[in-house]
Each structure stands twice: as C-alpha cells, then as structure tokens.
Design a protein around this ligand. Sequence first.
Ligand SMILES: NC(=O)C1=CN([C@@H]2O[C@H](COP(=O)(O)OP(=O)(O)OC[C@H]3O[C@@H](n4cnc5c(N)ncnc54)[C@H](OP(=O)(O)O)[C@@H]3O)[C@@H](O)[C@H]2O)C=CC1
Ligand SMILES: O=C(O)CCC(=O)C(=O)O
Ligand SMILES: [Mg+2]
Length: 428
Amino acid sequence: MTRFEAPQAGEKITVENGELRVPDRPIIPFIEGDGTGPDIWAAARRVLDAAVDKAYDSKRKIEWMEIFAGEKAYNQLGKWLPEETLEAIREYFVAIKGPLTTPVGGGIRSLNVALRQELDLFVCLRPVRYFSGVPSPVKRPEQVDMVIFRENSEDIYAGIEWEAETADAQKVIRFLQDEMGVKKIRFPETSGIGIKPVSREGTERLVRAAIQYALDNGRKSVTLVHKGNIMKFTEGSFKNWGYELAEREFGDKVFTWRQYDEVAEKEGREAANRAQSEAEAAGKLIVKDSIADAFLQQILTRPAEYDVIATLNLNGDYVSDALAAQVGGIGIAPGANINSQTGHAIFEATHGTAPKYAGMDKVNPGSVILSGVLMLEHLGWQEAADRIYRAMDKTISEKQVTYDFARLMEGATELKCSEFATKLIENL
Ligand SMILES: NC(=O)C1=CN([C@@H]2O[C@H](COP(=O)(O)OP(=O)(O)OC[C@H]3O[C@@H](n4cnc5c(N)ncnc54)[C@H](OP(=O)(O)O)[C@@H]3O)[C@@H](O)[C@H]2O)C=CC1
Ligand SMILES: O=C(O)CCC(=O)C(=O)O
Ligand SMILES: [Mg+2]
C-alpha cells in the first residue's frame, strides 16, 4: 500500500538531458514538519499558491501532495522516515519540508540529515540577504549579501560515532592506540569517539557547484571556509582540493589566493597584489580561503568582503545561523538541499522546530516562504518568486511583522503567523 496519494490533477516534474521539465501543474510533495512546522507550512502554502496564481493568471498551479516524516509519520505509520517518502521525492524530484525534531544525546539520528544523505543532496544552499526595515543587531546589515554552499553529505554529520564506555568505543580506542600509535586520547576510559570523513570527491562536487554558481550569477568571489590549521587532512584538504579544482577546471575564469601566494613567493607581494588587481579588472572570480574562527569575526566586521561561501558541513551549519542573525534572524533564513547532477532538491528553512512556540500560530513563516521562493526559482517560475520578494519587502517596511521582528522594531504591529501570510498575500 502506498503511503501517499497523488492528486488527481497535475503531472510529474521530469528531468531530460539534465534539465528539469516543469509542467504547468506540477505535483510537489511536502512534509509538514514537527513543532511549529504545521503553522509555518500552512502559511507558506497559502502565499506560494497566491503568488503563482497571480503571476500566471491562474494558468499555473502547484498540486501539493503530502508525504510523511517525523512525528506525524511515526504516529500514523510507525516509522520516522518511511521508505515511501524517499521514493516519492526520488520520483517527483522537487519537494519542500518543514523542520523535523532531532533529540539531543540519544534517540533517533537526524531525519533532516538522513533525507540529505539518502538522496545524496550534496549542496546545502543558503542565501543570506537583507530585507530593508528588518531589525538587525549590526550597524550595516545591508552589506551582508552572501550565498552559502554547505557540503551536505559528509563531515562529522556522517554519524560515525561511538558512545563513551561502550564496548564499541573501547574497541575503536584500542585500535587507535595499539595499531595506529595514537597516544593523545586524554581520558581513554571515558571518551566517546566521532569520526569525520571528508573526501576529495565530496569536496570537489561542492566547490564546483559554488564556483559555477558564482560565475553564472556574476559574483565576485568564492571563499573556502575551513579549520585546516587544526584538522589538516580533512578541513585542510578541503581547502587544497578546492584550490586545485578551481585552477584545473575553471582555468582563466578564476584567480586563486594559491596563485597569489605563488606570485608573492617568486616576485614579491607587490607583484602579487598587481596580479590580483588585474584579475579583478578582467572580471575573474577570486577564489580565496578563510579559517573558520577568523571568518566568523570577519563576517561581523567586514561582511562586504564576502560573497559566495563554500564550506564543510559543520562549519556551514554554524555560519548559516550566524549570518541569519546578522540580517534579522532565523525567521527569514531560507535554504535548499540540492543534487545538481540528478535534479533532486528539497527546500527547507534554516531554522528548526522551535518547539516552545508549537501550535501558537506565532512564529515567522518567512524562512519557509522564502525557501518556497527558492523552489519557484528552481522551477523557473521567477515572476511568482519576484512577487513574493516584493511583498516581503513591502510588508516588512510597513512594520507588519511577527513577534521576532516586532520585539526589535519601534512602532511595529505584531501579527500572528497566519496574519503575516495574509498581509503578504494582500501585498503580492
Ligand atoms: N532542518 C531542520 O529541520 C532543522 C531541525 N532542527 C531541530 O529543531 C529542534 C529545535 O532546535 P533549536 O536548537 O531549538 O533551534 P530552532 O531553530 O528550532 O529554534 C531556536 C530559536 O530560533 C528562533 N526561531 C526558530 N524558528 C523561528 C521562526 N520561524 N520565527 C522566528 N524565530 C524562530 C526562536 O528564537 P526565540 O526563542 O528568540 O524566539 C527559537 O527559540 C531540534 O530538534 C533540532 O534538531 C534544527 C535546525 C534545523
Ligand atoms: O537535523 C537537525 O536536527 C539539525 C540540522 C541543522 O541544524 C541544519 O541543517 O541547519
Ligand atoms: Mg542548523
């Protein structure tokens, strides 16, 4: 028995010669999500439908199809992530989801991560831009305009870890000590162990996608963010493989800081500065790198210097929330998980389930709405996407906002989650 019911009307999105073929009434699976998921999804769905209807004079329409994961799937089907859900996304290519709960410490592993890994959605794309009028903790939030490419399939997120004081952890520790000559585990009897795989293939496909995006969108730089001074053969290799890939595959379209260092070593720093200026004047993309801790302070002090960011999974997770806060918070931070080779994509907010607000019709639906906007852009439905961007700008500048913005804005009207969606629809 199938666990999802395809709507009567509508057609499947297909992929031909690597290109998405989108019918006028595409069937798009959605996962409502846990916690605040039902509130924000209901709001987002109304806005997306209204924007599509208005942009295309009712000639186009998304036929939504509910699929299940998380608490709803567990309660109804006895499984957290039913195989049918994965099958539906494989079959229909494009899906959107609300946030799903992951317990800390014990319990199930992240369903969000599982979806990304099962479908090999190796790019986590998180654009961060400022909407005028949004309250921000920094003085010049409008200088933040970055697009994060977070590696989404490996790193510490692969879930290779063993709990302290178990036979498995002891076995791994003994192997490390006896066979690998490891002497530095400070408290071997009580250590849990985690393993961080980072591969050349995984790095290359992520960095390739970031550079291609930067070139296609006239961006100025790609920064490889890593902690390669400490984790030399994972994060350090990410940086080295990224530079090698940039120079090998993108040749004279890019100028890398590795090339800068080569010139500096042979001909001095002035010559290297000249080489970089010439490359910039010729419209070349600058590929540079930054160590993660320094990067986190520089995005606060000099955000205008950063553009497209390519980074590993855990760094990307931290950087996404930090940058979201800079432009007004996690309530308007969208995201997409994409496999650009197969065409599969799941759109989802950067934030989580915010459980303390569950069922209160309170939180900002902006992140999931803007994730839906990324989805519309992915479908090639730019007119509908642009309407929502404009409506978002207008509604926020009218100070008609949810609690998260209202508490930081003077003279704002605090709207419920559903009321904010209604206001957006009026402003479409
Ligand atoms: N992709 C996914 O599905 C993700 C799932 N998660 C999961 O979500 C659960 C909760 O995680 P937690 O660490 O609390 O992080 P959350 O992102 O869920 O919430 C942290 C805080 O962010 C603010 N916030 C979150 N969503 C909104 C919104 N829509 N509008 C306005 N403000 C918002 C709230 O701040 P304030 O209190 O200041 O109002 C909230 O308390 C965990 O199980 C976690 O694993 C986490 C991240 C991503
Ligand atoms: O899967 C989770 O619970 C958290 C994931 C997360 O924080 C993220 O993807 O940004
Ligand atoms: Mg996160």
